[in-house]
Design a protein around this ligand. Structure first.
Ligand code: EPU
Length: 428
């Protein structure tokens, strides 16, 4: 298994381009199941998770081809409506095929995902939503079977107890052919859902309420194949912004949508990081810690919330930054119950963090006072936080289990090395 080795203390300078968003690519790939024909998706990141989704589409009978970042998918002849355990256990987002499969064929059988490193993550809101559209759900041998009664789905009103991201996407996809009107209340508003709505509309779906918490869908008789572009990855963008703040330097982050990171931008500015916002770029500047040009990062509290609040997917990375600041920051995680797995690893590098329920108090030790160590990645965003800490720490950091990182960051090692980081992959 490979590991990442970082020799910390190098500032980052230059330009780095952002990839397509993992969490947009996954639902958009699943949405190709809705209509027969040849779909073309561009800006699809080549990640472990997107490969898993393409493998799943293949199992369902689709054929695909990748040329650069463009993927074409032919979904005319689906052969099964079952997503097997072997795939779902490696990627929870496999459940995103449920909605399109029930919409297209009235039936889907998907292995129920178990808990994962960051929390229990049930899919009860997805299933309740499908039931409001007239389906019957049964759990058999670890698989959830969803069947449309009376031949097809009927529009209905769904209130989500929490604005679930993939739940909103799944119900949205299930409802596009449902007879009459479907209303999803307390829907999630993440930009990835807007990306999915744009694709569904381009296929002929009738959806109102994009970017709001109330979506109204009028069922249509048929949809045609899509041509769609995946939006830039706002979590990747935020991760690089934080990396520059942690390592020091000046970096232009291109091919991103600055408007998708309102909370992080505000928080970083309060920390003392200079951010210049361009049309499709950020310039992030934080003087390196060289004695003359000392940047004292200030501690800032954050609470994770659904979009447009502070993203839970940036919490671990921001915590790594707060270990370098002056003062104490309270980081409150409200989305997932177990998303502090990175804390014990950051402590191995000298961080001072106390967890109390869903909150963590981080007492910054100052830049240059973390020391490199052998640490273990536990999930995707935790891995990114360890990379950030490693860039800022003195000495060598070795991160094992980097397959987590490969699920969601395209060419991260190459991109950081291109900015001057001393980072490489080695075989264990
Ligand atoms: N929840 C339920 N029941 C449900 C669905 C959700 O109780 O049926 C709870 C969850 O346990 C959680 C909250 O509702 O407490 C919100 O979870 P949500 O459903 O929004 O999460 P998700 O759709 O499973 C997506 C992203 C995650 C991201 C979260 C929150 C994808 C493929 N995944 O997950 O991304 O953390 O939204 O923004 O879009 C990542 O990329 O590292 C990642 C984990």
């Amino acid at each position: 298994m490979d590991k990442i080795v970082i020799h910390g203390g190098q500032p980052l300078y230059g330009k780095v381009s952002m990839s397509g968003a993992k969490n947009a690519a996954l639902p958009l790939l699943a949405a190709t199941l809705l209509a027969p024909g040849l779909h073309t998706l561009s800006n699809v990141p080549d990640l472990r998770d997107t490969r898993t989704m393409l493998r799943l589409l293949e199992i369902l009978g689709a054929h695909w081809q990748r040329t650069g970042s463009t993927v074409t998918i032919e979904t005319s002849n689906l052969t099964t409506a079952e997503a097997p355990y072997e795939l779902v256990k490696t990627m929870r987002a496999s459940v995103l095929v449920l909605g399109p499969l029930i919409a297209r064929s009235g039936f889907a059988r998907v292995s129920l995902p178990g808990g994962c490193a960051i929390g229990a993550r049930p899919i009860n809101y997805h299933l309740n939503g499908f039931e409001q559209l007239g389906t019957v759900t049964e759990l058999k041998q670890g698989y959830v079977e969803v069947r449309a009664e009376n031949g097809g789905l009927e529009g209905g009103t769904i209130y989500l107890d929490k604005p679930t991201v993939t739940g909103t996407e799944n119900i949205l996809m299930a409802s596009v052919y449902a007879k009459g009107k479907t209303v999803i209340k307390n829907a999630a508003r993440e930009p990835e859902i807007g990306n999915l709505i744009d694709m569904l509309e381009s296929m002929g779906a009738n959806i109102q309420g994009k970017d709001t918490d109330c979506l109204t869908i009028h069922g249509v008789e048929s949809l045609h194949a899509a041509t769609a572009t995946i939006i830039p990855d706002r979590i990747e963008t935020g991760t690089y912004m934080i990396a520059v703040a942690a390592a020091g330097g000046e970096v232009e982050i291109t091919d991103c949508i600055p408007g998708h990171l309102p909370a992080l931008t505000g928080k970083l500015e309060r920390c003392g990081v200079d951010i210049e916002v361009g049309n499709n770029s950020f310039k992030v500047c934080c003087p390196e810690n060289n004695g003359q040009n000392h940047c004292r990062l200030r501690s800032v509290d954050v609470t994770t919330l659904p979009y447009p609040g502070f993203a839970t997917d940036l919490q671990a990375q921001f915590m790594a930054l707060m270990t370098l600041a002056t003062g104490a920051a309270v980081i409150h995680e409200t989305i997932f119950e177990n998303r502090f797995m990175h804390v014990a690893e950051l402590e191995r590098m000298g961080a001072d963090i106390k967890i109390d329920g869903g909150s963590a108090v981080v007492r910054g030790v100052g830049r240059g006072f973390l020391s490199g160590a052998q640490v273990m990645a536990t999930d995707l965003r935790a891995s990114a936080s360890l990379v950030i800490a490693g860039l800022a720490a003195s000495g060598m950091t070795e991160i094992s289990r980097i397959y987590h990182l490969e699920r969601g960051y395209e060419n991260m090692i190459e991109k950081l090395a291109g900015l001057g980081a001393n980072i490489r992959r080695v075989r264990e």
